[in-house]
Design a protein around this ligand. Structure first.
Ligand SMILES: NC(=O)c1ccc[n+]([C@@H]2O[C@H](COP(=O)([O-])OP(=O)(O)OC[C@H]3O[C@@H](n4cnc5c(N)ncnc54)[C@H](OP(=O)(O)O)[C@@H]3O)[C@@H](O)[C@H]2O)c1
Length: 338
């Protein structure tokens, strides 16, 4: 497995990272603890050392599972978690209501984006306890809000770094202007953005001043999240698949039967390229993602050992210019019905 640096932190992280949103269960129709732990161990065995989680993923459940799975292998793993999505306040900005995103066994909750120093100082202690560790390797603000000055947020993060509680600082879902404000206070090592074949806002031709451009100029990693579009691009999202109660894909506009049918037709065009590499469609999509300029790491979600083993191999495939050209031609003009 290839590794690339997380900015200037000195941390080398595998180009394929394991995303652990789904194993948190909430919004994904539940999760199986044993499967999740086996998947995390399988990831490490396949050379994946970067694990991305967040307190909001299953309201702490994802962090608890990551902590449980890695406590005996802590030195082999790079743990990335986040702060700033909280349910214990009405300060900051309202991000979502649980009822709008599927039922929650935690009842009706309102999730706020809140990056205030005091709140972050509380959150980091809770995350360290759930993760059963004394340090977080990469600590990221999960979303950005306009209430807390970014300089104050970054000041608090820098203090946590001085205290040895976190090793590197990252952001998610941030604009270039916001990243510049973080960087005016201290080193920013990564940005996590949604990026896939269907989410191309980081591409240079679409956004010459994109986060990806900024990150490569400023020595920060770009972690692409949801590269499989919540599983849509693996081939497993067939038109007849029924998603469980509480799985956000049940009512997701990209997952209508019509859209899943369109995706299958797109994937059929990739099949000859996958055959050339003796790989699955999911692996081909992952290989395409990390071949894109500016994308340093792909955060791929998985719930099982088999899925993560398959995904890890996607990091070992090198696509030729011909492969990339053929895939990009197939993508030209491709649209889902929204
Ligand atoms: N910073 C942010 O705001 C943000 C937002 C979203 C995600 N993220 C991070 O990015 C990670 C990845 O994104 P994601 O989980 O949204 O979506 P994703 O990686 O695009 O898709 C993950 C889903 O695809 C399916 N899948 C994965 N591997 C498969 C395989 N080999 N064969 C068949 N199906 C497979 C699984 O769902 P099923 O098995 O249920 O089909 C899995 O849960 C998250 O876990 C999280 O760490 C961050």
């Amino acid at each position: 497995m290839r590794t690339r640096p997380l900015g200037s932190s000195g941390i080398q992280a595998s180009v394929i990272a394991m995303g652990t949103w789904a194993i948190g269960g909430w919004m994904w129709g539940g999760s199986d603890e044993d499967d999740a732990i086996r998947a995390i161990h399988a990831a490490l065995d396949r050379g994946i050392n970067l694990f991305d989680t967040a307190p909001i993923y299953g309201f702490g459940h994802s962090e608890l599972l990551v902590g449980k799975a890695l406590k005996d292998r802590r030195d082999k793993a790079i743990i990335a978690t986040k702060c700033g999505m909280v349910c214990n306040t009405r300060a900051g900005e309202l991000k979502m209501r649980s009822t709008a995103s599927g039922p929650s066994e935690h009842g009706h909750v309102e999730v706020y984006i809140y990056n205030h120093p005091e709140s972050i100082r509380r959150e980091v202690e809770d995350s360290l306890a759930r993760l059963q560790t004394d340090r977080i390797d990469l600590y990221q603000t999960h979303w950005q809000e306009g209430v807390t000055p970014i300089e104050e947020t970054m000041g608090a993060l820098m203090r946590l770094k001085e205290q040895g509680k976190i090793r590197a600082i990252g952001v998610c879902n941030a604009s270039v202007a916001q990243m510049q404000r973080y960087r005016s206070v201290g080193p920013l090592d990564s940005d996590q953005e949604k990026y896939s074949m269907l989410d191309r806002k980081l591409d240079a031709e679409q956004a010459p001043q994109s986060q990806a451009q900024w990150c490569s100029k400023n020595n920060a990693a770009i972690l692409a999240y949801s590269p499989l579009v919540l599983g849509l691009l693996t081939g497993a999202a067939t038109p007849d698949r029924v998603y469980a109660e509480g799985d956000l894909r049940r009512t997701h506009k990209r997952f209508t039967v019509e859209n899943r049918t369109r995706i299958q037709a797109l994937l059929a065009r990739f099949q000859p390229i996958a055959a050339r590499h003796s790989c699955t469609l999911g692996q081909l999509v992952i290989a395409w993602t990390i071949a894109q300029p500016g994308i340093t790491h792909a955060l791929v979600g998985a719930r099982t050992q088999a899925q993560i083993a398959e995904n890890a191999k996607g990091g070992e495939i090198t696509l030729s210019q011909k492969d990339l050209h053929e895939m990009n031609e197939a993508l030209k003009g491709f649209e889902l019905v929204m």
